[in-house]
Design a protein around this ligand. Sequence first.
Ligand SMILES: [Zn+2]
Length: 376
Amino acid sequence: MTSFFRTKVIKIVPAIVLSLSLLLAGCNSPKSNDDLKSPVPNTSGQDSGQADSSSAPATPTPTLIPTPTIDVQSVKPNEAGKIMVVMFHNFVESFTPTSYDNGEYTTTFSEFEKLLQSLYDNGYRLISMSDYLNNNISVPAGCIPMIFTFDDGTAGQFNLVEENGTLKANKKSAVGIMEEFYKKHPDFGLKGTFYVNLGNSTFEGKGTLQERLKYLVDKGFEIGNHTYTHINLKNTTSAEKIQEEIGKNQKTIAELIPGYKMTTFSLPYGLPSKDLQNYVIKGVYDGVEYEHAAIMEVGWDPAHSPVSKDFNPLSTHRVRASGINPVECDLAWWIKNLSRGEQYVSDGNPDTITVPAGKEDKIDKDKLKDKELIVY
Ligand SMILES: [Zn+2]
């Protein structure tokens, strides 16, 4: 039985690079399959002998893509699988449920810390919204990409504190916790998109609004549009009002961070009527144009792979982060109920899209662009 099979081998990587990349990857075998980890098939054996011992002048092959040849049967990549776009709201030190807030959208800092560790241990790795939308996913073989989104610009998500004259992310905030976690586990990634309402208080704390936004952007986080004052678009009947609410938010950020474009949008409540929906995607306000490549919904289920035929960024489903009171279809629920086989499991090579036989018809070939499809 061959444990390794690819339809097309672009390049054979020397065994040493191969084993190193697998060592660093950390995700190539799922927890339950730890016993599969050690034997890495030396797929380069056949070629390395020929190439290295040949006395013929080495032919430079600059166009070849460095493909990490992985053992697909143990890694079981599936880049047609689902990706969870997680939606966070509030983070607090401690929470007491009240009659109007049972904590469904609120988590504690300590729970968030535990969540990061458990996601990491289970092979999840953060990617940015842009990389997801552009099918530019680069996580190690066997890892599962995940996207973090944060709505409303709450202080628990991020606020600045002053330390010896410099502004830093409060360690008691989601960003502060992510930064600390990233120091210990840089391969987890430090990525996320913040959907803000710049007409409301945003990331309340030290520093100006400009300093707060700039801090996030400089760290590689993305800022998305969530309307200027968290308006309910569902009840909005005027195209002007919709464009003002969205355009003013874009105008404000471009004034604070010159040239910055919010390219994705998170629906505060829901969509307006059909004839006005296009203004959520595209519009102009006070001479400032905006255009969104993706619309985040207040969702309940995982999103599609960017190469899937079902991929529709203008209706991106999200999974809500588990709150103090876990509910059905929240993140904890999906982690328990979504099998590894249904999820996007990376082949470790951003230049190839690898899927198990039978899943290739899920792939929209037009979305592959210059990536090679590998079926095993
Ligand atoms: Zn909101």
